[in-house]
Design a binder for this molecule. Structure first.
Ligand SMILES: Nc1ncnc2c1ncn2[C@@H]1O[C@H](COP(=O)(O)OP(=O)(O)OP(=O)(O)O)[C@@H](O)[C@H]1O
Ligand SMILES: [Mg+2]
Length: 231
């Protein structure tokens, strides 16, 4: 299978099904979910690429960057997932982290122009930063980038714990104009509140996945193209 990111045109013409992975907040599990989703989609025969338009992180914390974690799942080079010039080792929102480093953070329009996938890619995963209203560019939040990208699906990664309903509703209502689904990360069917909260959210009409397998089914139902086989 061709490496979707290897070609220099790796972020050009759009034919991939684009899934934006947003979250109710930082550390809720966007990268974990996106990487797991990428692996399952690849296992089903689809070509998957990821894009982290900008990233910021604490350089004193162990572990892979988001771009490294996503690249490990898709097989891309981490620099193809997030260009080095858009990676800021400062634990602040990206536009603030860039400012602190004296770097220029791309604008929403520049970011949207770069979040494109090669024609060989079936599913392009774009991971946002922080929560839906976290600053992602000097001129806007994740929601503003979603509006520019007009993805085929927005996945809101959320918690099924106490408070999870509020956070989920607060982040899905502004997305009512988009196909959207919720991934309740760390869902434990033995935890009563998890089951009750998921039922409540489903009763509001939201599509809610509680496992990566369910999330993969939802993504495929929202337009992931079938694997290319006989050309
Ligand atoms: N379901 C899970 N099972 C085990 N570990 C998890 C799970 N979800 C998240 N984690 C771990 O929790 C930490 C935070 O998750 P993750 O990095 O995916 O959050 P994030 O929303 O992408 O954060 P950021 O806002 O920094 O991008 C990571 O160490 C990740 O590996
Ligand atoms: Mg992340």
């Amino acid at each position: 299978m061709p490496d979707p990111a290897a070609a220099p045109e790796g972020r050009h013409p759009v034919s991939a099904s684009v899934v934006f992975v947003a979250g109710t907040g930082t550390e809720v599990g966007k990268t974990w979910a996106a990487a797991g989703l990428a692996r399952l989609l690849k296992d089903s025969g689809l070509a998957v690429a990821a894009c982290k338009p900008v990233q910021s992180y604490d350089p004193d914390t162990d572990g892979p960057t988001d771009a490294e974690a996503l690249a490990a799942a898709t097989g891309q080079d981490p620099d193809a997932v997030c260009p080095p010039m858009c990676s800021y080792p400062v634990p602040l929102a990206p536009p603030m982290a860039a400012g602190k480093l004296g770097k220029v953070c791309p604008t929403l329009d520049e970011m949207a122009a770069d979040c494109r996938f090669a024609a060989t890619v079936d599913v392009g995963l774009v991971e946002g930063v922080g929560g839906l209203y976290s600053p992602i560019a000097p001129d806007g939040h994740n929601l503003d980038l979603i509006e520019r990208l007009d993805p085929d699906l927005v996945v809101v990664v959320a918690s099924a714990d106490l408070g999870g309903i509020h956070d989920t509703m607060a982040c899905t209502l502004p997305l009512s104009g988009f196909p959207r689904a919720v991934f309740c990360n760390r869902f434990d069917p033995r935890t009563e509140i998890h089951g009750l909260n998921v039922r409540w959210l489903r009763d509001t009409g939201l599509e809610v996945a509680t496992s990566l397998a369910e999330l993969t089914e939802i993504v495929c139902a929202h337009g992931a193209r079938p694997p290319r086989g006989d050309g």
